[in-house]
Design a protein around this ligand. Structure first.
Ligand code: MTE
Ligand code: MO
Length: 446
C-alpha cells in the first residue's frame, strides 16, 4: 500500500530510516496484537493504544473517545477547514526559484488530489508583483478602444453592474506556460507537485466577454484583438485574438467553485481564457482595450516566448498542447507492499477534449489504454486510472494523452528534436516515474 497518512515528512518524502520504521511498525503492530491477545496483557506500544486499549479485559468494550463523548457543535468553524490530519497537503514554493515571494509560484499538490476539481485553497498561485484583496465595491472594469472607431460606447462597469448580466459557469483547467519548465534539460525536481503543479482546474462563473463587447458597440470587423490589463503593480497585459472571444468561451469571471474568486486567484475579477496559457488569464482585471493588432507588451515579447534551436524566439504560442501525468504513484512516494496498486493521473488539452490516455509501466515499450473518468470536458482536466500489480521488480510509469484533434503527447526525444532543450515554456513531454525495487518512486527521463 502507498500510505497517504504516514507521508508526514515535509514535501511528502520519507527518509530511508522512516520507511524502515513504517515497515517495522507494521510488523510490530501485528506482533504486539498477537502477543497481547495471547498473554491477556494490556500493555502495548505507544501509538497503538487506541486499537488495543485494555485488550486483556474481555468485559470492557473499548471505544475511542469520539464514540463516547459529544463532538464539536455546528458552526464551530463558520468557514470549514480540512482535517488536522491533512495538514501535509499544501501548496508549496520551490525554494530559491525567485528572489522574492511576490514574484514567485506556489505549486498545487497534485499527488494528493482526487477527481478533476482543485480545492480553491490549493489552487496554484503565480504572481508577478504579489497578491491583493481588492475591495469589490471600489473595483471597476473599463472597456475602451485603441481609437474612437473601434467601439461606439466606452464603458466603466462596477462589480454590481457586471454581476447583473447573464452569466455562465464552466469547468476549465489553467496551466502556467512555464509548467514543467524546469525539466527541459534533465529531470530536475523530485515530485509531481514541482514538475506539474502549476496546473489547477475549477468551475468558473462569469460573463462572456463577447456580451460585454457587444454592449459597448464594438465594431467586430475592425477590432481583431483585445488587450487585457490587471490592476496589480505588475500591470499584467496580454493580447487576446478576437476569434477566441467570438467563440463565447472567454469569460470575465468572478466565481470559482461556487463562491467568489480567492484573492490569490484575482478577486474580484479575472479573465478566463480556456485552453490558453495561464499568463493570459489576467487577474484583478481592470481594463480591456480593443484594437486591430497585437500589442507586443513586455509580457508577450520578453517573457512567454519559446527559445527555438536556431536561437530565435517564437511569440504568441498561447495554446497549452495535449499533456498528461501520472499523479500517483509519483516522485517522492513509496510503495510499501507488493500486489495491487491503482495508477491515477490527469490529462488535458488546450485544443478540446481528451480522446484517450495510454499508460506504460515499462518505460514506454508497452502501452495499454487507461480508464477515463467522466465527465470528459473540453479544455478541462480529465482523470484517468489504470490497474497495476507490483511483483517487486523495478518499473517505469508513463502516461501518453491524445486529444480530440488527434494531437499526441510527445516523448522528450521527439520534443527536443523540434524545440531543443533550453526553453522554459510549453513543455508537454511524457513524464516518467521510476519505481525501484525498494518501493521508492523517482523522477527520471528515459
Ligand atoms: N494581474 C495579474 N494577472 C496575472 C498574473 C499576475 O501576476 N498579475 N500572473 C499570470 C500568470 S503568469 C499565471 S500562470 C496565472 C496564474 O493564475 P493563478 O495565480 O490564479 O493560479 O495568472 C496570470 N494573471
Ligand atoms: Mo504563468
Amino acid at each position: 500500500m502507498l500510505s497517504r497518512f504516514i507521508q508526514r515528512a515535509p514535501e511528502n518524502f520519507l527518509t530511508r530510516a522512516q520507511i524502515q520504521d513504517v515497515r517495522a511498525g507494521r510488523r510490530g503492530f501485528l506482533a504486539n496484537a498477537l502477543a497481547a491477545a495471547a498473554a491477556g496483557a494490556g500493555a502495548v506500544a505507544a501509538g497503538q493504544a487506541t486499537a488495543q486499549e485494555g485488550a486483556g479485559d474481555p468485559n470492557i468494550l473499548n471505544l475511542p473517545a469520539h464514540s463516547k463523548g459529544l463532538g464539536q457543535p455546528v458552526a464551530a468553524r463558520p468557514y470549514g477547514l480540512p482535517s488536522e490530519f491533512e495538514k501535509n497537503l499544501q501548496r508549496r514554493e520551490s525554494p530559491g526559484l525567485t528572489r522574492v515571494g511576490q514574484g514567485s509560484v506556489s505549486f498545487c499538490p497534485l499527488q494528493g488530489l482526487f477527481g478533476i476539481i482543485t480545492p480553491s485553497g490549493l489552487h496554484f498561485e503565480r504572481h508577478h508583483q504579489g497578491w491583493w484583496d481588492i475591495d469589490p465595491g471600489k473595483h471597476r472594469l473599463m472597456v475602451n478602444g485603441s481609437d474612437a472607431s473601434m467601439l461606439k460606447r466606452p464603458m466603466v462597469f462596477s462589480m454590481d453592474e457586471l454581476m447583473r448580466m447573464p452569466h455562465v459557469s464552466r469547468m476549465h483547467f489553467i496551466e502556467c506556460g512555464a509548467n514543467t519548465g524546469m525539466e527541459w534539460g534533465n529531470a530536475a525536481v523530485p515530485t509531481v507537485q514541482y514538475t506539474h503543479g502549476m496546473l489547477s482546474c475549477s468551475e468558473f462563473t462569469g460573463v462572456p466577454l463577447r456580451a460585454i463587447l457587444e454592449l459597448c458597440g464594438v465594431d467586430f470587423k475592425r477590432a481583431r484583438f483585445i488587450l487585457a490589463e490587471g490592476a496589480d503593480g505588475s500591470s499584467m497585459t496580454r493580447t487576446i485574438p478576437m476569434s477566441l472571444i467570438m467563440s463565447g468561451e472567454v469569460l470575465v469571471a468572478y466565481g470559482q467553485n461556487g463562491e467568489m474568486l480567492r484573492p490569490e486567484n484575482g478577486y474580484p475579477l479575472r479573465l478566463v481564457v480556456p485552453g490558453v496559457q495561464g499568463v493570459s488569464w489576467v487577474k484583478y482585471l481592470r481594463r480591456i482595450e480593443v484594437g486591430d493588432m497585437p500589442y507586443g507588451t513586455k509580457d508577450e515579447t520578453i517573457h512567454y516566448v519559446d527559445l527555438m534551436p536556431d536561437g530565435t524566439h517564437r511569440q504568441y504560442t498561447s495554446i497549452q498542447e495535449v499533456k498528461s501525468v501520472v499523479t500517483s504513484p509519483s516522485g517522492g512516494q513509496v510503495l510499501l507492499q507488493k500486489g495491487f496498486h491503482n495508477i491515477t493521473g490527469l490529462a488535458w488539452s488546450g485544443r478540446g477534449r481528451i480522446r484517450r490516455v495510454d499508460v506504460s509501466t515499462d518505460g514506454g515499450r508497452n502501452w495499454r489504454p487507461a480508464r477515463l473518468e467522466g465527465p470528459v470536458l473540453a479544455k478541462c482536466l480529465t482523470r484517468f486510472n489504470a490497474d497495476f500489480v507490483w511483483d517487486g521488480q523495478a518499473a517505469i510509469f508513463q502516461s501518453r494523452a491524445v486529444d480530440e484533434t488527434g494531437q499526441i503527447q510527445p516523448t522528450y526525444a521527439d520534443l527536443r528534436k523540434v524545440r531543443a532543450s533550453r526553453s522554459i515554456y510549453h513543455n508537454n513531454a511524457i513524464q516518467s516515474w521510476s519505481l525501484e525495487e525498494n518501493g521508492e518512486v523517482k523522477n527520471v527521463q528515459v
